[in-house]
Design a binder for this molecule. Structure first.
Ligand code: IMP
Length: 202
């Protein structure tokens, strides 16, 4: 089995008898690496409720195209888009820059543009913004294609790794500069189906 889940129970030292104080630390193994739960499914979905509410307010009355960046953003895009009550369309493009657990730095080709975005408000949906190279490439393309307004939504954002000036309008969670999997993010193709986000421990 490729993904194994281990649940360890850590009792709170000053209130061991209080069941509500028990912290559950979930660990999983994917291929040769061990990861620990960082953001629970419940926290993710609560945060997406808030982001969607903000977008529904900010973008009211506009004709919006949501643009999901595959593969990683497919879960975030689905959970976000079903909470959007604007006149909106959704489309996906694919542009990968990552292999293994460190950025290769090389941007691969962009595929799947089939939406006319001229004069439209675009909300880019990213799973994670790391160096920002992917984001920059997409924003450049949106400018060439004459989008009238560009908003960026990222489920996860690593401020310590970010090297660009493009403002990120909607951030799910700021996280440390560590490798993470789950909720659409993968380690060598595995782990995308996990409902929580896990961080690499060894
Ligand atoms: P950037 O171009 O360096 O910002 O990286 C963006 C892409 O790299 C994301 O869309 C992810 O696919 C991938 N990526 C960045 N950090 C991680 C990570 O911690 N885990 C898994 N994939 C990541």
């Amino acid at each position: 089995m490729l993904i194994r889940t281990k649940i360890s129970y850590y009792f709170h030292i000053f209130a061991p008898a209080d069941i509500s104080k028990i912290a559950v630390m979930k660990e999983i193994r994917i291929l040769d690496k061990t990861f620990r739960e960082l953001i629970t499914e419940k926290a993710i979905l609560c945060r997406i409720d808030e982001l969607a509410r903000q977008m529904n307010n900010d973008l009211a009355g506009k004709d919006v195209v949501f643009l999901g960046i595959l593969n990683g953003a497919f879960l975030f895009a689905a959970d976000l888009f079903r909470r959007i009550n604007l006149q909106a369309r959704i489309s996906f493009v694919k542009l990968a820059s990552y292999e293994g657990t460190s950025s290769s730095g090389s941007i691969k080709e962009l595929i799947g543009w089939n939406e006319d975005i001229k004069n439209k408000t675009i909300v880019v949906i990213e799973d994670i913004v790391d160096t920002g190279n992917t984001l920059e490439r997409i924003v450049d393309e949106l400018v060439i294609r004459k989008a009238s307004e560009i908003k960026i939504a990222a489920m996860l954002y690593k401020p310590a790794a970010y090297t660009k000036d493009i403002p990120i309008d909607y951030v799910g969670f700021k996280i440390p500069n560590d490798f993470v999997v789950g909720y659409g993010l993968d380690y060598d193709g595995y782990g995308r189906n996990l409902s929580s986000v896990y961080t690499l421990i060894k």
